[in-house]
Write a protein that binds this ligand. Structure first.
Ligand code: NDP
Length: 251
């Protein structure tokens, strides 16, 4: 029987792949056989080295996704450098923390523009290409705050719950055209993004006590879900938001 998780011959595009969750997903997709374009502000040289060590090709694409200006070019460059585009992982994201009564328009726009507006328009640019070829996989990186409210992160919560709705809408529109759109909702994952929470002893203890698995997630914990949603094994999975959270939502 063929391996249903095999990504040989596929080309993936991962945003924000220089570090954290994006890096781990890019490497996991390469380990499953894909060539991977890494798009972001900071060149993903270390990620490219890990992909090369797996015998796969990569391309580094410079793109600041705080605006939608680069999205068409990013898709075109992926195609030009790696010969196609089969898998898109919208991972790049930021967070701003402040009480809602004090929250600024600048912090609203920065987060929503990067985490939601660019995600939609990158889905659109990649989706046009995938619809034309009759096949594609889109994975949006959501959050526990796709399901929950959170505190002091209004623009982040709005962006991540927006990703949940957008994922379902695009699945409705594109499923019959051969394009699967799904999301992964990570729980508490130890990355630069969460360094301050990890360093805060009492907050860290509260978080750990609340996670049934009893530990923070590692970026590599996201790899299996990403490979599954990128592969033929998930061809009948659409509009799904898969929590990878050590059981956080189960509690
Ligand atoms: P990191 O801060 O480690 O990585 C974020 C990535 O996004 C970096 O590669 C960063 O690039 C990139 N990025 C940010 N802004 C832009 C931009 N304007 N243009 C291009 N790239 C950009 O965070 P994580 O790995 O933790 O987060 C990855 C995703 O997972 C995010 O969407 C986040 O919201 C989500 N997530 C994370 C959780 C966690 O617990 N860690 C939990 C739930 C969701 P650069 O290094 O150049 O800034």
């Amino acid at each position: 029987m063929d391996n249903p998780f095999d990504l040989s011959g596929k080309v993936a595009l991962v945003t924000g792949a220089n570090t954290g969750i994006g890096q781990a997903i890019a490497v996991a997709l390469a380990a499953a056989g894909a060539d991977v374009a890494c798009a972001g502000r900071t060149p993903a040289a270390d990620t490219a080295a890990q992909i090369a060590a797996l015998g796969r090709s990569s391309a580094l694409i410079a793109a600041d996704l705080s605006s939608i200006e680069p999205v068409d070019r990013v898709v075109q460059e992926t195609h030009d450098k790696l010969g196609g585009l089969d898998i898109l992982v919208n991972n790049a994201g930021i967070i701003r923390r402040a009480d809602s009564v004090d929250f600024t328009e600048a912090d609203w726009d920065a987060v929503v523009d990067t985490n939601l507006k660019s995600v939609f328009f990158l889905c659109q640019a990649a989706g046009r290409h995938m619809i034309a070829q009759g096949a594609g996989k889109i994975i949006n990186i959501a959050s526990m705050l796709t399901f929950q409210g959170g505190i002091r992160v209004p623009s982040y919560t709005a962006s991540k719950s927006g990703i949940g709705g957008l994922t379902k809408l695009l699945a409705n529109e594109w499923s019959a055209k051969g394009v699967n759109v799904n999301a992964i909702a990570p729980g508490y994952i130890a990355t630069n993004n969460t360094a301050a929470l990890q360093a805060d002893e009492s907050r860290n203890r509260q978080i750990m006590e609340r996670i049934p698995a009893g530990r923070w997630g590692k970026p590599s914990d996201l790899g299996g879900a990403a490979v599954f949603l990128a592969s033929g094994a998930s061809d009948y999975v659409d509009g799904h938001i898969m929590a990878v959270d050590g059981g956080w939502l189960a509690r």
